[in-house]
Design a protein around this ligand. Structure first.
Ligand code: BGC
Length: 453
């Protein structure tokens, strides 16, 4: 074991997303989002749960900021709800929506916490979905306008921004597997939307940069370190294709203006994306930092179907969280080192990392979630290892500040370092893992196993 000290300015925080915590789904002029529609449709979300109230952060943000302060957090990653700002996705701005985020930002700053907003964490205005959503090129300009509107309103106080949260999930999961809103299953649309998102991503970055107030603009990418299932050349190639698709499909276009080789028949994939002349030139708009959301890893074997990316994932031997995700701390180290190597040591933020465990308050009110603290100790240790070995890691954001609406799994999964009692007025209780995190931040150092692979 070795020990690493984090720099004094290291940005320790927690992350949430608008639809998962805010509630107030139709208040103060907010428009309907695709997640409102999805959750209000029968059979889409477990137990019929919705984000109508969620953690009610819209009304309780001051209480939540006070909790962050109690834990010694230095940053808060939250997302802005597009339909609060543009109820129809475009056209008329809803000032009350902008005012809400202004109040939240002011409250954070007054408590010494850096606001770190994401512009898009999946709650697309339903009105834009009705026009084709991310599969329609019209969205590129609407998104850039929305981005510019947010930075014009908040840029005097917010200096560090994320454009997207997990583009891989809101294209391939939403349009291919149908597991997320709008719940479509169409591989052609999935591919096309991935290209349009890449174009919108770059356009939004340009619009934000034109405003001149941002110090750093990045995006939070969902990543899962790709491990080959065996040493065979076929499995190693499969792991590379998985990496290209899962981890790099939205990063490489932005950084280098090109698509990584993910598909066996890449030419056909590009054709199905309906790439138009001039598009490739517009893709490149290098980010100032790379945000990594990482929970687990992917063990990849050649699937032998000779179709698409042709990868079969194999369950790993590591312990499991209550959401059945494999706990494999070295995955975060591997991922950071790979991005560091492939992109010339860019600044990196871990924008999400965490675990779902069910522990609730006991009779004495205490939440003894030792498994979560152990998870964080393992993963944050490996983040420290990457730092010690030369990666430029600037911050770490635990997912999540508190238990919240876990998408299609509703309230069945608890990712918070703070308990939220959805049955009793959204009462908050800091879990043992929250105090563990507070102590870690205060100490600023952690031990890690430098031999994990
Ligand atoms: C998302 C979060 C989500 C978390 C746990 C990430 O994919 O950005 O919104 O709650 O993982 O599933």
């Amino acid at each position: 074991m070795k020990t690493v000290k984090f720099p004094a300015e290291f940005s320790w925080g927690t992350a949430t997303a608008s639809y998962q915590v805010e509630g107030a789904w139709d208040e103060d002029g907010k428009g309907e989002s695709i997640w409102d529609r999805f959750a209000h449709s029968e059979g889409r979300v477990l137990n019929g749960d919705t984000g109508d109230v969620a953690c009610d952060q819209y009304h309780r943000y001051a209480e939540d900021v006070a909790l962050m302060k109690e834990l010694g957090l230095r940053g808060y990653r939250f997302s802005i709800s597009w339909p609060r700002i543009f109820p129809e996705g475009k056209g008329k701005v809803n000032q009350a929506g902008l005012d809400y985020y202004g109040r939240l930002v002011d409250e954070l700053l007054a408590n010494g916490i850096t606001p770190f907003p994401t512009l898009y964490h999946w709650d697309l205005p339903q009105a834009l979905q009705d026009e084709g959503g991310w599969a329609d090129r019209g969205i590129i300009d609407h998104f850039a306008t929305y981005a510019r509107t947010c930075i014009d309103a908040l840029g005097d106080r917010v200096k560090r921004w994320m454009i997207l949260n997990e583009p891989f999930i809101f294209t391939f999961m939403s349009y291919l597997s149908g597991m997320a809103a709008p719940g479509i299953r169409d591989s052609g649309l999935a591919l096309r939307s991935s290209h349009i998102v890449n174009l919108a991503h770059a356009e939004a970055a340009r619009a934000m940069r034109a405003a001149g107030s941002a110090e750093a603009i990045g995006t939070a990418f969902s990543m899962a370190a790709s491990y080959p299932a065996s040493d065979s050349a076929a499995d190693r190639a499969a792991a590379e294709r998985h990496h290209a698709w899962n981890n790099d499909w939205f990063l490489r276009p932005m950084m280098k203006g090109e698509y990584p080789a993910a598909y066996l028949d890449q030419e056909r994939a590009i054709e199905r994306m309906e790439v138009q002349p001039g598009d490739l030139d517009r893709l490149r708009e290098p980010l100032d930092f790379v945000g990594i959301n990482l929970y687990s890893r992917a063990i990849c074997a050649d699937a032998g179907t000779r179709k698409n990316i042709d990868v079969r994932q194999i369950p790993g031997p590591g312990p499991r969280t209550d959401y059945n995700w494999e706990v494999w701390p070295a995955a975060i180290y591997q991922m950071i080192m790979r991005v560091t190597k492939e992109y010339g040591r860019p600044p990196i933020y871990i924008t999400e990392n965490g675990c779902s465990y069910k522990e609730r308050p006991g009779a004495d009110g205490r939440v003894r979630d030792d498994r979560r603290a152990a998870f964080y100790e393992g993963y944050i240790g490996q983040v420290g290892r990457a730092l010690a070995e030369g990666a430029d890691v600037r911050g770490y954001y635990a997912w999540s500040l508190m238990d919240n609406f876990e998408w299609a799994a509703g309230y069945s999964q608890r990712f918070g370092i703070i308990d939220c009692d959805f049955e009793h007025g959204q009462k908050r209780t800091i879990k043992d893992s929250g105090y563990w995190y507070r102590d870690l931040i205060a100490r600023g150092e952690i031990a890690y196993d430098e031999t994990l692979a």
